[in-house]
Design a binder for this molecule. Structure first.
Ligand code: SF4
Ligand code: SF4
Length: 135
């Protein structure tokens, strides 16, 4: 592995998201851009990494930038709302009667409150709650 980018642009040409959004992968890797619109346009499909001749960890870099932005308080309102729901309920997708029935059909417990409580505890212990502004 050689992690020096040669700016060949293969990642950009391979990026399905970049065909429709402002994301220019090569520029993100090169540190030229790091806006929320750029880095959140990545759908983590890993096409760029598979094709990069220098085996650069492109997605890792994008996730690092996302984390840096969130630490600076830069977060899309829709993401904050989803995170707050997770903090409140321990679930990204809310439980309802229908999902309970489907779980039972699959032989799973109808509802797993304990898991949701454990997720909530983890979010507190890791500081996620304060990071998002939920407490
Ligand atoms: S494919 Fe790899 S080497 Fe080429 S521009 Fe992208 S990150 Fe740099
Ligand atoms: S992982 Fe992200 S940056 Fe890489 S090709 Fe997929 S959408 Fe584009």
């Amino acid at each position: 592995m050689n992690d020096v980018c040669i700016h060949c642009g293969i990642c950009t040409a391979s990026c399905p998201s970049g065909w429709y959004t402002p994301l220019v992968t090569r520029r993100v890797v090169g540190g030229e851009v790091n806006t929320m619109e750029d880095v959140w346009a990545c759908v983590t499909c890993y096409q760029c990494e598979e094709r990069c001749p220098r085996e650069i960890k492109v997605v890792e870099r994008i996730i690092e930038i996302r984390n840096e932005l969130v630490r600076e308080g830069k977060i899309f309102e829709s993401h904050r709302e989803a995170a707050l729901k997770l903090i409140e309920s321990g679930r990204i997708v809310p439980w309802n009667e229908k999902s309970g029935e489907l779980r039972e059909e699959l032989g799973l417990p109808r509802k797993r409150e304990k898991c949701a409580e454990e997720v909530k505890t983890l979010l507190k212990l890791t500081g996620f709650e304060s990071l998002i502004g939920g407490g």
